[in-house]
Ligand binder design. Structure first.
Ligand code: SAM
Length: 232
C-alpha cells in the first residue's frame, strides 16, 4: 500500500544517511576497511558500472549528451562518466549524505565545475528531459508494481536511452532465504526486493522503449541484471 511504501522509503532514507551511509561509502571506495562480503559486493557493482561505461562509449557522442543518474549514491557512475567527457550530468539521491559525498569526490577528482549538478531528491520527484536516464541498483528498494511504475516515470524523462539494473527474481534465488544478504541489499535493516524481468521490460515497452542490450553482473553476494533500452 502507499502508506507502507512511504514508511519504507523514510526508513531507506534514514538508513542511507546513517549506518548505511558509512557502510556503502566504504563499499564504493578502495578502502581496505571492508569485510569479505562487502569486498565482493564492491567487485560485482564495479562490473555493472564498467559495463554501463562501455555501452555508453559504444553509443558514442558523450560530449553532446545529457545524463540523469537517478539514485547516484556516492557517484560511482557519475564521476567516471564526467571524466569521459559527458556533456552534462544530473546526479541525485534520496540520501543527502550520499549526494554530499558524491559532490566531495567530484571536487577531489577535479571534475569541471558545472558539468555535474547534484541534487538530494527521491526518484519520484525527478523531472526534466535527458538524452539518457540511468538508474543502477536502486530498485532493490522497490516491490514489483512500484518498480514498474518507476520505469515508466524514468522513461518519460528519457529522450533516447534508459539504462536500469536490478536484482532479478529467479526461482533459485527465491529459494534461498535471507535474500537481503544477496545483493546491494542495504543489510537486514531494510527490505530487499527482487524483480521479475518480464514485468520491467513490459513497463519499458509501454513507455515506448525496447531492450537493446542485457548483461548479468555477478560476484558472490552480488547479482544484478542490467538492461539498456532505446526509444522507438
Ligand atoms: N546508483 C548508485 C550506484 O550504483 O553506485 C547507488 C546504488 S546504492 C545500492 C542505492 C542508492 O539508492 C542509495 O544511495 C540510496 O540512497 C538510493 N535510493 C534508495 N531509494 C531511493 C529513492 N526512492 N529515490 C532515490 N534514491 C534512492
Amino acid at each position: 500500500t502507499a502508506a507502507k511504501t512511504a514508511a519504507e522509503k523514510a526508513e531507506v532514507k534514514t538508513y542511507f544517511e546513517t549506518t548505511g551511509f558509512d557502510r556503502w561509502k566504504r563499499i564504493y571506495s578502495d578502502s581496505e576497511d571492508v569485510n569479505k562480503v562487502q569486498r565482493n559486493i564492491r567487485i560485482g557493482h564495479q562490473k555493472t558500472v564498467d559495463n554501463v561505461l562501455v555501452w555508453l562509449q559504444e553509443q558514442g557522442n558523450l560530449q553532446q549528451r545529457s545524463f540523469c543518474d537517478a539514485g547516484c549514491g556516492v557517484g560511482s557512475l557519475t564521476l567516471p562518466l564526467a571524466q569521459l567527457g559527458a556533456g552534462s550530468i544530473s546526479a541525485s539521491d534520496l540520501s543527502a549524505a550520499m549526494v554530499q559525498e558524491a559532490e566531495r569526490r567530484a571536487a577531489e577528482t577535479g571534475v569541471k565545475p558545472g558539468q555535474i549538478s547534484f541534487l538530494a531528491s527521491d526518484l519520484e520527484s525527478l523531472r526534466g528531459r535527458y538524452d539518457t536516464v540511468i538508474c543502477l541498483d536502486v530498485f532493490i528498494h522497490y516491490p514489483q508494481a512500484p518498480a514498474e511504475e518507476m520505469v515508466r516515470h524514468l522513461a518519460s524523462m528519457a529522450e533516447r536511452h534508459l539504462i536500469v539494473s536490478f536484482a532479478p527474481y529467479t526461482p533459485l534465488l527465491a529459494l534461498l532465504k535471507g535474500i537481503g544478504q544477496l545483493f546491494p541489499g542495504p543489510s537486514k535493516t531494510t527490505r530487499a526486493y527482487t524483480l521479475r524481468e518480464d514485468g520491467i521490460v513490459a513497463a519499458a515497452a509501454k513507455a515506448g522503449f525496447k531492450p537493446m542490450r542485457r548483461s548479468l553482473n555477478k560476484a558472490p553476494f552480488y547479482f544484478s541484471r542490467l538492461i539498456a533500452f532505446e526509444r522507438g
